[in-house]
Write a protein of this length. Structure first.
Ligand SMILES: Nc1ncnc2c1ncn2[C@@H]1O[C@H](COP(=O)(O)OP(=O)(O)OP(=O)(O)O)[C@@H](O)[C@H]1O
Length: 468
C-alpha cells in the first residue's frame, strides 16, 4: 500500500526531479522505469522514499537509476538527501537505503543498509540477479563512425531481437576501441526493452575465477544453473581463456546450452577467432560460427565527434578546431583520446582559461613531445635493462625469474604507453612473445602502478629518461 504524500513542497521537488530525468533519459527508459514511480518526501526533505511496483523493478532501479535520482535530488535541494526505495504493494515494505551521491558520475549507488521488516524468509532468501552492466555504456553514448559501423549495427540487431541472427556475435579489435562499451550497450538496450530478460556481462578473467571457485567448492551445479539459464551472455576478452583447459570446457558447455535454448552470446577479443592462441579448435570454430566483426581504430572525424560529445557530457565546450587539433595528434584509441580530453579540461579549469589550441598544446605537451621524439622499443628495452641492472638480451630471453620477468613486463608496459606499436608488434620485439603475454604485462603494471608508490616513481623516472 502506497503511503500518501506528506507535503506539497516535497511533491513539487519530486515532480521536478522526474521531469529532469525525463529530459536526460531515452523516452522508452523513462516511461518504463521512472514515470511510474511515486514518492513520499520527509517534512524536512532529509529523506525521499520512492515506491516501486515489484521486487525486480526495485533491484533494477537500485542498480541503474538510484545513483542518478539521488544526485538529482541533492542538486535540486542543495543538500544531501537520503534516498529510500520501497515496495509499493505491501503493507510491510522492503527498504533499501542508498547513500547520497559521492560525486562520482556514473558510480553505482552503494547500498548501506537493507532492512526487511516483516517479509517471509523465502522472499528474503531469493537471490538478487546481478547483470554487472554499467548503465552509462549505451548505444546513445557510443559515437558511430566507419570504424565501428558494422559492429554497432550487428550489436543493435542482437539487442533488438536476440537469439536469432548473428549468434554468437564475435567482436574483435585493439585496446580501447569500444568493444566493452558496445557489449554493455547490447545488454542495456535489451533490458530497457525487456526488463525480465536474464542478462549477464562478465569479463573472461572473472569467468575463469568462477570456474576455479566452482571447482574448489564443488558447486558446479550452481555454476551451471547460473550460466546456462541466461537469455544473453556478454563475455569480454575471451583471449584470456588461453591455456585454461577446464575453463574452456565449461565455457564450451555453457555455449552449447545457451545456443540450444536460443539464448544469445556476444563475445569480444583482441583478435579474430582463428588468431586466438592456445584455445581448443572446437571452441574457436564455435566462436566463428555466427558473425565475426572488427572494430577498427576511429578515423579522424569520428575522433573529433567523440571529443566533442565527451566534452559536452562533462558540461564543457570543445571548439571544433581544438577537437581537430587533438584528434590529429592522438590517433591510437578512444581511451587515449579520453585521457587527453581529461587533461585539457582539468588544465582549463585549474588555470581558469577557455579551451583553445594553445591551451590544448600546453596541457598535452608531454604527449606531444613523446610523439615528436619517436621513442623506439629498442630504446625502452635498453633504458629499462640499465635501470634494473639486467642484460638487454634478457628482454628477449625465455628466462622467468622475477628479477628478469618483472623488468621485462615494465618494458612491455612502457612500449605500449610510449610507442604506437601494436601488441603483436611489441610481442615480436620481445623475443617473439604472444600478444596476450604483452596485454597481461600492460594490464598488470598499469594496475600495480595505481597501488604501489615505489613502482609509480620508478616508472616516472623511466618515462622522464626516455622522453629526454
Ligand atoms: N565510439 C565511441 N564513442 C564513445 N566512446 C567510446 C567509443 N569507443 C570507445 N569509447 C570509450 O572509450 C573507452 C574505452 O573503450 P572500451 O573499454 O569499450 O574499449 P575496449 O575495446 O573494450 O578496450 P580493452 O580491449 O582495453 O578492454 C571507454 O570509456 C568507452 O566508453
Amino acid at each position: 500500500m502506497t503511503e500518501e504524500p506528506t507535503n506539497d513542497a516535497g511533491q513539487a521537488l519530486w515532480q521536478v526531479c522526474v521531469e529532469q530525468l525525463g529530459q536526460e533519459l531515452p523516452e522508452q527508459q523513462f516511461n518504463t522505469w521512472i514515470k511510474p514511480l511515486t514518492a513520499q518526501v520527509a517534512e524536512d526533505f532529509s529523506k525521499v522514499t520512492v515506491y516501486v511496483a515489484n521486487r525486480f523493478k526495485l533491484d533494477w532501479i537500485r542498480a541503474q537509476y538510484a545513483g542518478r535520482i539521488s544526485a538529482m535530488l541533492e542538486s535540486l535541494y542543495g543538500q544531501p538527501v537520503t534516498l529510500e526505495l520501497a515496495l509499493a504493494h505491501r503493507e510491510s515494505v522492503v527498504r533499501t537505503y542508498v547513500r547520497p551521491p559521492s560525486g562520482e558520475r556514473h558510480a553505482p549507488p552503494e547500498t548501506v543498509a537493507v532492512a526487511v521488516p516483516t517479509v517471509s524468509p523465502e522472499e528474503t532468501a531469493a537471490p538478487v540477479f546481478r547483470t554487472r552492466l554499467n548503465p552509462a555504456l549505451t548505444f546513445e553514448t557510443l559515437v558511430e563512425g566507419t570504424a565501428n559501423r558494422m559492429a554497432r549495427s550487428a550489436a543493435m540487431h542482437v539487442a533488438g531481437s536476440p537469439g536469432h541472427l548473428y549468434n554468437p556475435l564475435f567482436i574483435y579489435g585493439g585496446v580501447g576501441l569500444g568493444k566493452t562499451h558496445l557489449v554493455h550497450a547490447v545488454g542495456n538496450k535489451l533490458l530497457a526493452d525487456k526488463p525480465d530478460a536474464k542478462v549477464l556481462y562478465i569479463h573472461a578473467e572473472q569467468f575463469v575465477s568462477d570456474v576455479v571457485k566452482a571447482y574448489q567448492r564443488r558447486t558446479f551445479d550452481e555454476f551451471k544453473e547460473r550460466y546456462h539459464s541466461l537469455d544473453l551472455l556478454l563475455i569480454d576478452d575471451v583471449q584470456f581463456f588461453a591455456n585454461k583447459d577446464r575453463t574452456q570446457e565449461e565455457f564450451f558447455n555453457a555455449f552449447e546450452a545457451l545456443l540450444a535454448k536460443k539464448s544469445h552470446i556476444v563475445m569480444t577479443s583482441d583478435t579474430y577467432p582463428k588468431g586466438l592462441a592456445n584455445i581448443h579448435e572446437r571452441l574457436v570454430s564455435r566462436f566463428d560460427s555466427g558473425l565475426t566483426v572488427a572494430i577498427e581504430p576511429p578515423e579522424l572525424e569520428m575522433r573529433v565527434a567523440i571529443l566533442i560529445n565527451k566534452a559536452r557530457a562533462e558540461n564543457a565546450e570543445m571548439p571544433e578546431e581544438v577537437a581537430f587539433f587533438v584528434a590529429k595528434n592522438v590517433r591510437s584509441n578512444v581511451r587515449e583520446l579520453e585521457g587527453a580530453l581529461r587533461k585539457i579540461l582539468a588544465y582549463s579549469r585549474f588555470n581558469q582559461k577557455e579551451v583553445s589550441i594553445q591551451l590544448a598544446r600546453e596541457a598535452l605537451r608531454d604527449l606531444l613531445s613523446i610523439q615528436n621524439r619517436q621513442i623506439s622499443v629498442e630504446n625502452i628495452q635498453k633504458t629499462v635493462a640499465d635501470y634494473y641492472k639486467i642484460k638487454v638480451a634478457d628482454m628477449y630471453s625465455k628466462k622467468r625469474p622475477a628479477s628478469i620477468a618483472r623488468p621485462r613486463q615494465i618494458a612491455m608496459y612502457l612500449a605500449k604507453e610510449l610507442t604506437q606499436k601494436s601488441l603483436p608488434e611489441i610481442g615480436e620485439l620481445f623475443g617473439g612473445r604472444d600478444h596476450t603475454t604483452v596485454l597481461h604485462a600492460v594490464r598488470k603494471i598499469a594496475g600495480e602502478r595505481q597501488q604501489l608508490t615505489e613502482l609509480n616513481q620508478q616508472l616516472h623516472v623511466l618515462e622522464q629518461t626516455l622522453k629526454g
